[in-house]
Design a protein around this ligand. Structure first.
Ligand SMILES: Cc1cc2nc3c(=O)[nH]c(=O)nc-3n(C[C@H](O)[C@H](O)[C@H](O)COP(=O)(O)OP(=O)(O)OC[C@H]3O[C@@H](n4cnc5c(N)ncnc54)[C@H](O)[C@@H]3O)c2cc1C
Length: 391
């Protein structure tokens, strides 16, 4: 067990840190306020190999590990969790196309995704089904001329409206719906289809107004008699739910790593602030109660980072407990890191609540990490199910 980073890991960690400082940090506050989607910076990140970090080199990707990706996302998120998280979803979907697509699909879709010429969205949630994802209702009927006629609505889709490709889970088989915790019976009829923006019948809702994640749009993706070629189906009919869940294992590591970056930035801001700010004739840093708070923040951040890295390695190694570890790490890191941002805000007093100090932006951005890619309650469902199975 070696906890030291390799020379290569230190090198791309430094590349990510420098990129984040130069291209994200100076503008992140403004993007948050104006809801600006930084396409140019995301393409520049892709130019550094961050568009398909853990897609195999044989498929044109950067060929790094999930652990490497976690290191990169932590650095990017230390500047801008929202933009880093968008890129993390792009990476998750790139990996799904690479792993589950055939040669033709990889040739058609991957080069543009890897280069950041095209952005990708992951479409699982629907207005009536979030945690109970297998209850989705969007339906694809096969036509005689090799297409699917798709009808239904996806909700809360990151990149909805600006992404070029929509990797969509929909029902090609049985109509039954229900709770995935009953053993996935209802997941059997779900397939995974790549829909391209511009296809007639594919439209988008008005971008949602949100607490955070403002540098990327979230919108409904609406299919109305939308004809998508059957040649765009990843894998066989019925495999979509499995692909969606496999994608999310890695997605959870990515989002947890984005939380690490946001929390680290807030801890650093708090450390700087308490050394400057004075009250009752002393620096805030001289109050032991506040020192203890900082000590706890640093300790808990380290614990979260270790869990995220351990889960990433489990995923890289194809370990049987990888899903469990990803759920544990996502649950712990996103909860703890949000709390660290909140403590940092508290340490800033009233200034923490003011946008100029940025801590409130990190807090708002990290809040949603406890909700998406499976809520933290669903993480507990996954963990408890595994514990009880093993017992
Ligand atoms: C900004 C943003 C971006 C998003 N991006 C995407 C995206 O790109 N693609 C995508 O597919 N989805 C996306 N989502 C959707 C997200 O994954 C869902 O919101 C999430 O899975 C929860 O689903 P829900 O909102 O329907 O809540 P519900 O499932 O209705 O849950 C409501 C509450 O009940 C709890 N709950 C539900 N079931 C159980 C249970 N069995 N036991 C205990 N508690 C339970 C939940 O934890 C939650 O607290 C995004 C959401 C947001 C807010």
């Amino acid at each position: 067990m070696d906890f030291d980073l390799t020379e290569d890991q230190r090198a791309f960690q430094e590349t990510a840190r420098a990129f984040a400082r130069e291209r994200l940090l100076p503008y992140a506050g403004q993007w948050d306020q104006t809801r600006h989607f930084p396409a140019e910076e995301l393409r520049a990140a892709a130019g550094l190999g961050f568009g398909a970090i853990y897609v195999d080199e044989a498929h044109g990707g950067t060929g790094l590990s999930r652990l490497d990706a976690a290191l990169i996302f932590e650095e990017l998120a230390a500047a801008d969790p929202s933009t880093a998280a968008f890129l993390s979803i792009h990476n998750m979907v790139a990996s799904m196309v690479s792993r589950f697509g055939n040669d033709d699909q990889r040739a058609r879709f991957l080069p543009d995704i890897i280069a950041g010429r095209k952005f990708v969205s992951y479409c699982l949630t629907e207005p009536g089904s979030g945690s109970d994802a297998a209850a989705l209702k969007t339906r694809a009927e096969a036509t005689a001329d090799g297409q699917y006629r798709v009808n239904g609505t996806k909700a809360f889709i990151s990149g909805g409206g600006i992404a070029d490709l929509y990797v969509t889970m929909l029902r090609t088989g049985d109509q039954s719906t229900g709770d995935q915790s009953t053993g996935g019976q209802t997941a059997r009829g779900i397939s995974c289809l790549v829909a391209e923006r511009g296809t007639p019948g594919l439209s988008f809702g008005t971008p949602e107004r949100k607490l955070g994640w403002n540098s990327q749009p979230t919108a409904q993706v609406i299919f109305e008699d939308c004809l998508v070629p059957q040649a765009n189906r990843l894998g066989a009919e019925g495999e979509g739910f499995r692909f969606a869940m496999m994608g999310l294992d890695g997605g959870r590591i990515n989002i947890a790593a984005c939380s690490l970056g946001g929390a680290r930035a807030c801890l650093e801001a708090a450390l700087a602030y308490v050394r400057e700010r004075r009250a009752f004739g002393r620096r805030l840093a001289d109050f032991q109660a506040l020192q203890f708070k900082l000590a706890d923040m640093a300790t808990e951040l380290e614990a979260a980072r270790l869990m995220v890295h351990r889960a990433a390695v489990a995923l890289d190694n194809g370990a049987t407990d990888a899903t469990l570890r990803c759920a544990m790490a996502k649950r712990f890191a996103t909860d703890i890191c949000f709390r660290i941002c909140d403590e940092a805000l508290q340490l800033h007093g009233g200034y923490g609540y003011i946008a100029d100090y940025q801590v409130e932006r990190y807090l708002r951005d990290l809040r949603v990490h406890r909700i998406l890619e499976g809520t933290n309650e669903i993480m507990r469902v996954i963990i408890a199910r595994k514990l009880l199975e093993d017992a």
